[in-house]
Design a binder for this molecule. Structure first.
Ligand SMILES: [Zn+2]
Length: 304
């Protein structure tokens, strides 16, 4: 599943390919891909003629900002991909929505397993993304009122790569939680964009055991974790993301980060730091990879 670095890579590529392009019309091949507005015919009417101003990312979602202030969201979920196709490219049987651009290209939303969702929202309320407070600020839409784009993300936690996400803020957020670190890093209301790959990588870098309760970390632990999360994500972006299964960049090329991961899917292979074998365990139904030697419990007690 694409996480922050993979989605950021898609957004940056798309910015180069489609910023300034006008969507002539859209063809929806799989109606359930359209989350908002409904029905899909209405989405098709509303998106026709829109010009894409710029492409960004929030959490694990691609945001296409339109000239008129509206925002189209593309949540790739498991197997979604956005591909720019040159004129004459053969049709793709897995393209669920095809946006025909005025310049003759097509922006194709491809999704083999069909879990991804596309929405079109009124603008507003996205400022202060890095200051997201998580579920606390979640508001309920009043009957019939349309969500603005900011409200779509009001349940999400802060963006870990934004300047406002400091070690002090992370410490504050961790100190009130007793959840296991691995579980908390995957919680999108705690921190946005981190998934299974980068949670494991960050904990290995920070030398923290995945089962450590969040409120058991001291100041030095928190600083290491803060640095580790940001480094793991930044390196992921620099390597254009990690490709597993169906994730591909806009150009159709897989990212190079998978070969550079330290623990994720490296069970029984030697740890890059100590040479001992990486272990796998299941935490909250998620596969978790770690080095029992480097990521010990405090006081040197035995890990699970
Ligand atoms: Zn190790």
């Amino acid at each position: 599943m694409p996480e922050l670095p993979e989605v950021e890579t898609v957004a940056r590529d798309l910015q180069r390919w489609v910023a300034g392009a006008t969507i002539s019309d859209a063809v929806v091949h799989w109606e359930r891909t359209i989350r908002h507005p409904q029905p899909a015919e209405r989405f098709v009417v509303e998106i026709a003629g829109a010009t894409i101003r710029r492409v960004t990312r929030r959490a694990k979602t691609v945001l296409l900002h339109l000239e008129d202030g509206r925002v189209m969201t593309v949540a790739l979920r498991m197997t979604g991909a956005l591909i720019v196709a040159e004129p004459g490219t053969p049709d793709d049987p897995y393209a669920r929505v095809v946006f025909r651009l005025a310049n003759g290209r097509e922006l194709r939303y491809r999704d083999v397993r069909k879990f991804g969702r596309i929405g079109l929202w009124p603008g507003g309320g996205l400022r202060g993304i890095g200051a997201g407070r998580g579920a606390r600020s979640k508001r309920v839409a009043e009957g019939g009122r349309r969500y603005r784009i900011g409200e779509v993300f009001s349940g999400h936690g802060p963006e870990p790569l934004q300047r406002g996400f400091t070690a002090e803020r992370l410490a504050e957020r961790l100190s009130t939680r007793s959840a296991k670190l691995k579980t908390l890093l995957l919680d999108q209301s705690f921190i946005a964009g981190v998934g299974n790959i980068y949670a494991d990588e960050a904990l290995w870098r920070a030398r923290l055991h995945p089962l450590r309760p969040a409120d058991s970390l001291d100041q030095r632990d928190v600083r290491r974790l803060h640095r580790a999360v940001r480094q793991a994500l930044r390196e992921g972006i620099a390597n254009r993301g990690a490709s597993f299964s169906d994730y591909v960049g806009v150009d159709g090329e897989p990212g190079a980060n998978a070969e550079r991961l330290a623990v994720y899917r490296r069970t029984e292979q030697p740890c890059h730091r100590c040479g001992r074998p990486i272990r796998r365990m299941v935490v909250g139904q998620r596969s978790t990879h770690f080095c029992p030697h480097c990521q010990r419990w405090p006081l040197g007690s035995e890990s699970t």
